[in-house]
Write a protein of this length. Sequence first.
Length: 213
Amino acid sequence: MSQRLRIALTKGRLQEKSLELFEAMGLDCSPIQSPGRRLVHAIPNYPLDAVLAKAPDVITYVEHGVCDLGIVGKDTILEQGRSFYEVLDLGFGKCRFALAVKQGSDFYGTYKTRRIATKYPNVARTFFEKKGMDVDIIKIEGSVELAPILELADAIVDIVETGATLRENGLVPIEDVAQVSARLIVNPASMKLHKTELTDFINRCERELECRV
């Protein structure tokens, strides 16, 4: 294969899990394991260059076609995803979006317009629109758990893994909003131009994931 592909990887835990997957597929990821300050790394034994980026930028790079593929969490896709193919659930980075309230609160037992605090306004808005509920959504950048404690909001929509942070702050999840895990995404134009190369890479990923089941 002459065409080198370019994949954007979400920095942090998803990057680590992505490299574990690649190495199990037989890819030499040694340049990325000790990246230094470099942000683009060539895989020596496979026609693939890896770009290390923050999650929202992974989507931006894939959508604009400067990267052919990307690995990003479903949370980021739900919040800002637009025009790309979501081709594989990679099975790692699992967590969930949940609706949480102060312990003892009766969230659904009132007719007032509820206020929802969240870092993910699009996810929250879509969830409540499907329920036909009118809510006020407040965007929070930091610790969203503070909003119910300070009585800024009646509930929060946030990512939950163990639920420990909620419990320590007197909050309880009352409903799941969406399941989250890492996904492989592909630029539509790249899929047409480099179908052979992309299909080879996707098939390698699929075979390794099947071995883990």
